[in-house]
Design a protein around this ligand. Structure first.
Ligand SMILES: [Zn+2]
Length: 264
């Protein structure tokens, strides 16, 4: 009798798991197809997927932002740090002839090609000044120990009129950014909060979260680079864009004419 009850319980539980939390037809900005978006888990950020390309909401929000603000992105020089192997990264890689994917390999010389990646440290890039049209990062900036150096390097290497378009979880919605972990000069890590790790495609241990960002990230960027940042919030299930921490940030480097016009 108890065995039958257990079977019934598990059957009901599995049935509930299969029932979508959210399911709707729409157009995927990542794979450019009419698709169905389905989530079977209420944490939409990781589970509201495109039936065709498997992308998640932040990837579609990023791609829509790039399409909207830089519709000529296929002709631009795009650097993406720590790209994924699907969704927006895959599309940028496939369609942009001057797409440069990079990963940081601590034991390799920056600037060298390691497999399909160029080795680059975001805080000390080997790119020339004003050589990149678009820097792209997806959920990377919550893992760096020296974000000011990153923002400064991104500004140095951006061409005038270019942008850094990125996603980062803004988890501190109503309080300032806070540091979770720091590193000393000899490489020792100090945890100011209990360690949290996110998945990393090239490291089984995952990536340590170093920063809980708030909306004051825009001030951090300005103080490090002198550049202004737009926070773009999209909620549009017709493009499969609905999730927690869905903001896309776009830091713009003024074009030469904008800079000239600013001088009286
Ligand atoms: Zn898709």
């Amino acid at each position: 009798m108890i065995g039958n009850m257990k079977k019934l319980y598990w059957a009901l539980l599995n049935k509930r798991k299969r029932v979508p939390v959210l399911k709707n037809p729409g157009y995927c900005p990542t794979c450019e197809q009419d698709v169905t978006f389905v989530a079977r888990n209420p944490w939409l950020r990781d589970h509201y997927c495109c039936s065709n390309c498997g992308s998640i909401p932040r990837e579609r929000a990023l791609m829509r932002t790039i399409e909207t603000h830089f519709p000529n992105w296929r002709e631009l020089t795009i650097h993406e740090s720590s790209p994924g192997d699907r969704g927006a990264s895959k599309r940028l890689s496939r369609e942009c002839g001057k797409y440069i994917p990079t990963q940081f390999f601590p034991d390799k010389k920056p600037g060298n090609i390691i497999g399909k990646y160029r080795c680059e440290n975001l805080g000390a890039l080997t790119f020339e000044d004003e050589s990149i049209d678009l820097h792209v990062t997806q959920d990377v900036l919550e893992h760096v120990f020296h974000p000011s150096k990153v923002f400064s390097e991104i500004s140095r290497t951006l061409k005038p009129g270019g942008a850094h378009i990125f996603t980062v979880p803004i988890v501190n919605k109503t309080k300032p950014s806070s540091v979770r972990a720091q590193v000393s000069g000899d490489g020792r890590i100090f945890h100011l909060e209990p360690p949290v790790y996110h998945g990393n495609p090239i490291n089984d241990r995952g990536s340590l979260v170093t920063m809980d960002w708030g909306f004051d990230i825009c001030r951090h960027i300005y103080e490090s680079s002198g550049l202004f940042t737009n926070v773009i919030y999209i909620d549009d299930i017709s493009n499969g864009i609905r999730a927690e921490y869905i903001e896309v940030l776009m830091t713009l480097k003024p074009s030469e004419s904008e800079t000239t016009n600013a001088i009286p």
